[in-house]
Design a protein around this ligand. Structure first.
Ligand code: ATP
Ligand code: MG
Length: 227
């Protein structure tokens, strides 16, 4: 796809000096359409690849607060007209997770929030620890000041190809659901207090056994003596 884009851009550059008036604006318009549509196709191909990917095996101990701080720094730089609020509970439990996959999950949910709000809107990311039936979970939510979920998609948001966007693949949340399933978690959406959407992901905390193992591994590493 990149060669198509580059060729269109080259044609435009080469020919724009040779044609004038109406023809020139036509040339500009058509090349812009090609470049934009190819860009949309690229995004879609990436979404399909991501959706079809086999479950990952790269689990490691992960602190979601750190990942969220990392991710939001990038958004802050690119979307200065949107307020990103972070409400991270420093005492959240650690989880066993694939960092790359979780980053994708966060990105897909946050991107939907960005799509749903106007300039001047806000997005709130929060984390907390939850204990239920003696088990510990990490809960993470993304809330926005948008218009909330449209009725026509509300019942099957997490199914593939469900979208209200003209250029959307409808795979964003299907990928989110897949990643949550891979991590034995659950995900749901609710109405935010101010009317926007609030997506909540709950993932099992690292078990006591894993925790001990991890501490042991860490201390083995610390005491290792170089030959
Ligand atoms: N934060 C949100 N506010 C309002 N509607 C939302 C929000 N998140 C998701 N939706 C609705 O859910 C639909 C499905 O989302 P999903 O991420 O699966 O696909 P998409 O965003 O339409 O396409 P893509 O992810 O490829 O850009 C969206 O089209 C939108 O209607
Ligand atoms: Mg999306």
């Amino acid at each position: 796809l990149t060669p198509i884009q580059l060729s269109a851009e080259r044609l435009q550059r080469k020919l724009s000096g040779e044609v004038a008036g109406d023809k020139r604006s036509m040339l500009d318009r058509y090349t812009r359409t090609i470049v934009q549509q190819v860009e949309a196709m690229k995004t879609m191909v990436n979404a399909f690849t991501e959706y079809a990917r086999s479950p990952s095996q790269n689990s490691a101990v992960l602190n979601l607060n750190e990942l969220l701080e990392d991710v939001t720094v990038l958004y802050h730089e690119n979307y200065t007209e949107v307020t990103i609020k972070l409400e991270l509970d420093p005492s959240i439990p650690l989880i066993m997770a694939d960092g790359v996959r979780l980053r994708q999950l966060v990105h897909n949910v946050v991107k939907n929030s960005f799509d749903s709000i106007e300039a001047g809107g806000w997005i709130k990311l929060s984390t907390r620890g939850v204990k239920e039936l003696g088990l510990q979970y990490l809960e993470f939510s993304v809330e926005d000041s948008g218009d909330g979920i449209a009725d026509e998609v509300a019942d099957n948001l997490f199914e593939p190809y469900v979208t209200t966007k003209t250029t959307g693949s409808g795979l964003g949340l299907a990928i989110v659901k897949k990643i949550v399933d891979e991590h034995s978690g659950i995900v749901w959406v609710e109405k935010a207090e101010q009317g926007g959407a609030r997506f909540v992901v709950r993932l099992p905390a690292i078990s006591q056994r894993d925790n001990k193992l991890q501490t042991q591994l860490q201390s083995n590493k610390d005491t290792e003596v170089m030959p």
